[in-house]
Design a protein around this ligand. Structure first.
Ligand code: HAS
Length: 581
């Protein structure tokens, strides 16, 4: 067979049918269905928060049971950590199967699957019983029950196991059989992503194992919160690229094919992935601009490096737009902008329904990119930090492009792996547009009210949006109501998606199950060898991390202040109103 990306002949040692075993199918399907069921709770809690922040719901507990910060923790952890990581592993498994045509190593897969499931259940136990109201950033002095931390460690370690023990060995075997073939683009993107994942897990593992867990177990009385936060953001910013890169893999490989075209430039795509290897990590201080104890010089360095990490996204914007234009012109598109009309916005034929997920995600990401660069600008960040402007930003990035492409690919894979057609395709196509409109309104309103000073992570129904409260801010109300309207529209879209998802999951089988993926050829394919060679990029990555992080870590260690665990479980405004600290 021929590699569609490189045109080189590839030896396939096994038949396609033999590659997808029943157990592999079960693993991938459950890695999609299980987090999706949790996501339903995560999305519902998101809607409740939007209503609470607008003062439409005035309560400290939803349904008299889930406390506001407990709900916020569940919303963040389920949507941004559990759902994303499961789908990334499921998609990467499917991608490896399809691209390398070699069976997954089932022993490795079962270990990974078990660790991820057990880890999720342990963390869910802590969150659902109110023992981990620590938000998804879990930084001290907030402290959770030990099951939350052990669950998190099990979960993330489980998620990386297939990379080292399954995909790399399978790729090596593939390479031995295809010595002259270049690493397929999808494999390169996945390997970049999981290399980042491995490196970023080191600081957060240190934070959990040597600071949070001992404090949670009562083995120590206090810890250094600045060190914990520096270690957290060492992990926390690259984390967003761990979410983003699988979406970029889809944009580079699947999207051009479904619009009937080609990837405009394979080397540009490879360069973008390699640049992420370089710049995703040494930027974490842009989350800590307002933090005392860290020197301004290093914050500024991280600000410049953050502008550098926007570069591969700009490359992606141009390459994807060029690929869309090429595809649209193949479909008869003419003129400077006339080709836009030829894209399959509402087409349900074949796999073209997926386009609606990518285009809506891309449009939201345009806004997410602009707001990200505003956040990154050292001086402007002072205006928006810890305001709802930041929540607007991440609902158009991780909540926009990432969620939409993950929902799109989940539906696609469920249909393929079950051997059915996508059910209720029209509803499936309507969903991303409702999400786009909803989150557009949501982001604009959150950005405006954020600039007016509205804080994030605050139960405004009991404070700023409550006319009986001394904190009442009537000027913010209209924007918070618009945020709720946006959330309602997006959730209506999600309900349509659920109908299509479960309809597909339980539909009658009409074809053989497969892991087939629509992968595009590339128009420009001449690539420099350095773009497929990890070594120089890895060396440069380590050097940059050392330059950017040695001094901030020393400064964090040196800070004499320590903090005990904060155990009181009251929302801050309520505490203030009761005369607390
Ligand atoms: Fe961010 C905070 C800066 C990207 C997620 N970010 C967050 C938080 C999250 C998050 C969750 O510098 C909150 C963390 C917390 O809880 O405190 N972010 C950036 C910058 C980028 C960026 C510079 N963020 C992301 C992505 C995320 C994400 C991606 C998730 C997936 N972010 C920040 C900063 C903060 C922050 C500060 C801290 C704020 C604070 O004070 O706390 C860049 O990587 C963005 C680059 C993106 C672009 C856009 C390219 C556009 C494309 C679309 C093209 C469209 C086409 C459509 C082709 C330059 C690719 C054409 C359509 C046709 C029809 C033809």
């Amino acid at each position: 067979m021929e590699n569609v990306l490189t045109g080189q002949k590839i030896v396939v040692s096994r038949s396609d049918e033999g590659v997808l075993s029943g157990s592999a199918r079960f693993i991938i399907l459950s890695e999609i269905v299980f987090p999706f069921i949790l996501l339903i709770l995560g999305v519902a809690l998101g809607l409740l928060q939007a209503l609470a922040r607008a003062g439409i719901l005035k309560t400290s507990h939803y349904f008299g049971w889930i406390e506001y910060y407990q709900g916020l923790t569940l919303h963040g952890v389920i949507n941004a950590i559990v759902f994303t990581t499961f789908i990334i592993v499921a998609f990467s498994n499917a991608l490896m199967l399809f691209t390398l045509k070699r069976p997954l190593k089932m022993g490795v897969q079962w270990v990974s699957w078990t660790m991820m499931m057990v880890g999720t259940l342990m963390a869910a136990f802590a969150m659902l019983t109110g023992r981990a109201n620590v938000l998804y950033t879990f930084y001290p002095p907030l402290i959770a029950h030990w099951t939350f931390y052990v669950g998190t460690v099990l979960f993330v370690v489980g998620s990386i196991i297939p990379f080292f023990l399954d995909w790399i060995p399978n790729y090596r075997a593939w390479k031995r059989e295809n010595p002259s073939a270049r690493m397929p683009l999808a494999v390169l993107g996945t390997f970049v992503n999981f290399t980042l994942w491995f490196v970023m897990l080191v600081p957060v593992a240190l934070e959990i194992l040597f600071q949070l867990l001992p404090l949670s177990l009562g083995l120590v009385d206090e810890i250094n919160p600045l060190l914990a936060r520096t270690l957290f953001w060492f992990f926390g910013h690259p984390l967003v690229y761990f979410w983003l890169l699988p979406a970029y893999i889809m944009l580079y490989t699947i999207l051009p094919k479904i619009v009937g075209g080609k990837l405009y430039s394979d080397p540009a795509a490879r360069l973008a992935f390699m640049l992420f290897l370089l710049f995703s990590i040494p930027v974490g201080l842009h989350h800590q601009y307002t933090e005392g104890g860290l020197s301004a010089n290093y914050k500024l360095l991280h600000a410049f490096l953050t502008f550098m990490v926007a570069l591969p996204s700009f490359i992606t914007a141009f390459t994807v737009a060029a690929s869309l234009e090429y595809g649209a012109r193949q479909r008869g598109g003419r003129g400077l902008f006339g080709w836009w009309a030829k894209l399959p916005y509402f087409n349900t034929k074949g796999d073209q329904w997926l386009f609606s997920y990518f285009v809506s995600g891309l449009l939201l990401f345009l806004i997410g990119g602009i707001t990200g660069i505003i956040n990154a600008s050292y001086n402007m960040n002072i205006v928006v930090h810890n305001t709802s402007f930041v929540s607007g930003h991440f609902h158009t990035t991780v909540g926009g492009l990432v969620t939409l492409s993950f929902l799109g690919i989940s539906l696609y894979l469920v249909a393929k792996l079950r051997g059915t057609e996508v059910a209720f395709k029209k509803l499936a196509v309507a969903m991303p547009y409702l999400w786009l409109v909803g989150f557009f309104i949501f982001d604009v309103a959150k950005s405006i009210v954020g600039i007016m000073g509205a804080p994030r992570r605050t139960n405004m129904g009991l404070s700023y949006a409550d006319s009986a409260s001394p904190l009442y801010q009537p000027d913010w109300l209209i924007w918070n109501h618009l945020t709720s309207l946006g959330a309602v529209i997006a959730v209506v879209g999600f309900v349509l998606y659920m109908v299509s998802f479960f309809g597909t999951l339980f539909a009658k089988r009409t074809a053989e199950p497969s892991v087939e993926m629509p992968i595009a050829e590339s128009l420009h394919d001449k690539s420099a060898p350095v773009l497929s060679n990890f070594r120089p990029w890895l060396i440069a990555m380590v050097v940059l991390i050392a330059i950017a992080y040695t001094q901030p870590l020393i400064e964090s260690f040196r800070v004499p202040e320590k903090s005990p665990a904060y155990k009181e479980n009251l929302p801050v405004p309520m505490k203030m109103m009761q005369g607390g600290q």
